[in-house]
Ligand binder design. Structure first.
Ligand code: PNS
Length: 161
């Protein structure tokens, strides 16, 4: 039974995140999508809202035999992963620019917990420029975000305005 943690802010979840989850499902029996509770940041959606949105949108994607769970965590990712008895951390890498930060995190996490592997996965090219930060920015400036996020996310973002 191979279990992975897919950690992140998911504020909001994008189609790129869902693409990574689907790809991760080919490698793992269980993926825990773990939302970081970050008291230093003022998020667009609360952790509860993000949990609810993720749970809803995950119902609509093909996951094969893979079990996908939504959870949230505070503190060190490696501690949370050990507590959940996970074998790996999954992170999506879009461009070379992501790699530097991701490599630093992966190596720091390896130093903290050598038994935990980080697996980098590439999303479909169509999502290679999609980030939660840019989605929020263009949405708040009045642009359409159809195709970049699940329709439920767009709807919930419109309701928040
Ligand atoms: O979606 P994000 O914001 O890029 O995700 C970043 C995340 C949640 C993976 C990272 O900030 C994290 O793991 N935070 C938990 C605290 C921690 O373990 N920090 C040390 C990482 S080397």
């Amino acid at each position: 039974m191979r279990r992975a943690i897919y950690p992140g802010s998911f504020d909001p979840v994008t189609n790129g995140h869902l693409d990574i989850i689907q790809r991760g499902c080919k490698l793992f029996d269980e993926i825990i999508v773990a939302i970081l509770v970050n008291p230093d940041k003022t998020p667009f959606f609360s952790v509860e809202e993000r949990t609810n949105i993720l749970t809803e949108v995950l119902k609509d994607i093909g996951k094969g035999e893979c079990k996908v769970i939504v959870d949230s965590f505070e503190g060190l990712l490696v501690q949370y992963a050990a507590q959940r008895r996970a074998h790996a951390i999954v992170r999506g890498i879009r461009a070379i620019s992501d790699y530097e930060y991701e490599l630093q995190m992966a190596l720091m996490n390896r130093r903290l917990e050598p038994s935990l592997e980080t697996v980098f996965m590439m999303p479909a090219e169509a999502y290679s420029y999609v980030s939660s930060r840019l989605v929020k920015e263009v949405f708040q400036l009045g642009a359409r975000i159809e195709g970049l996020v699940p329709s439920l996310v767009e709807e919930r973002m419109r309701n928040k305005k």
